[in-house]
Ligand binder design. Structure first.
Ligand code: HEC
Length: 280
């Protein structure tokens, strides 16, 4: 009897360790991942969906008026067909060099960024003869597009510890006998100056946190002043020849939608279709 009680106690003690972790909630029904209530999630989504106008401080160079313009399929936060353009050229030592893009009939040069904005607010009524649309010069032979990514479920990716990514890379290397090895990249955390973490967002894993990524998006996609310290519009997106109206830093909750949304709906049926398509 004593032994039986002992075994049961052992089983009770071990059970929490052995119990599999629950799957992340998934779906495309605009629901929270459980971190906040649905009403708060809906309010965050409204910020993500908000359309910015010149009167809100949009521009002068920008890509779209709202996060949702590019992250929308099949619902707000998803991916889309909208792509972004990055260009540059090879330097004398074989290195990648950012482009110099003349605007305003050559009177200003956009430097130090490979992203080329697709849209501009000038010329307009206030600046009828200012022509600031970016155009890729012939010198920029490296040209590539990046397609819009899905952000649903990214909150779960942010929660993964750096160690897990490091271990995954090591494990992959070991399994493949050093043939395929994941590359761990440490990148600065924009909102925590001086600190780095394993990059996990973007095509090149260029950002480690959702606040960093979203502040970057807010600066580069729909350029607006952002409360994140090092991510305020610079001369690169605010050419002097087409000065935008001045605005206090926005307190938008754009970064909270990716953080609090449910993960992608990954059904077993979809997985089967994918497995089949690999044999075609
Ligand atoms: C003009 C289209 C466009 C707009 C507008 C846009 N994005 Fe993106 N977004 C992209 C593209 C393209 C990527 C992939 C970029 C890359 O890695 O080079 C991306 C990636 C992201 C990612 C990383 C996703 C991942 O899992 O790696 C987040 C987070 C994100 N965007 C949030 C936002 C937020 C918040 C806004 C609004 C402030 C916004 N985006 C506005 C096109 C856009």
């Amino acid at each position: 009897m004593k032994a039986l009680i002992g075994v049961s106690l052992l089983a009770i003690t071990l059970f929490p360790l052995a119990a599999p972790l629950p799957e992340a909630p998934s779906g495309f029904d605009n629901k929270t991942n459980g971190l906040v209530d649905d009403a708060t999630h809906a309010a965050d989504q409204a910020k993500f969906d908000e359309t910015e106008a010149i009167s809100d401080g949009l521009g002068p160079l920008y890509n779209a008026q709202s996060c949702r313009e590019c992250h929308q399929n099949p619902t707000s936060g998803g991916s889309s067909q909208v792509s972004e353009l990055r260009v540059g050229h090879i330097g004398q030592r074989g290195e990648f060099v950012n482009p110099d893009i003349p605007i305003a009939r050559g009177t200003e040069i956009i430097k130090g960024r490979s992203l080329v904005n697709d849209r501009a607010i000038c010329p307009n009524t206030a600046f009828p003869s200012t022509e600031i649309q970016e155009r890729v010069p012939d010198s920029e032979k490296i040209r590539t597009i990046r397609i819009s990514l899905n952000v649903l479920g990214d909150g779960f990716v942010e929660a993964v510890s750096d160690h897990t990514f490091v271990d995954l890379a090591k494990e992959q290397c070991k399994k493949n006998h050093n043939k395929i090895c994941g590359q761990v990249l440490y990148v600065p955390i924009v909102e925590a100056p001086g600190q780095t973490a394993v990059g996990r967002f973007g095509w090149k894993d260029q950002q480690a946190s959702l606040l960093s990524f979203s502040a970057d998006a807010y600066l580069n996609e729909n350029p607006m002043t952002s409360p994140v310290p090092t991510a305020s519009p610079t001369s690169t997106t605010s050419p002097a020849s087409c000065a935008p109206p001045k605005h206090p830093p926005a307190t938008h909750n754009w970064h909270r939608l990716p953080m609090r949304a449910m993960a992608l709906n990954y059904s077993t049926k979809l997985a089967a279709t994918f497995a089949m398509s690999k044999h075609l």
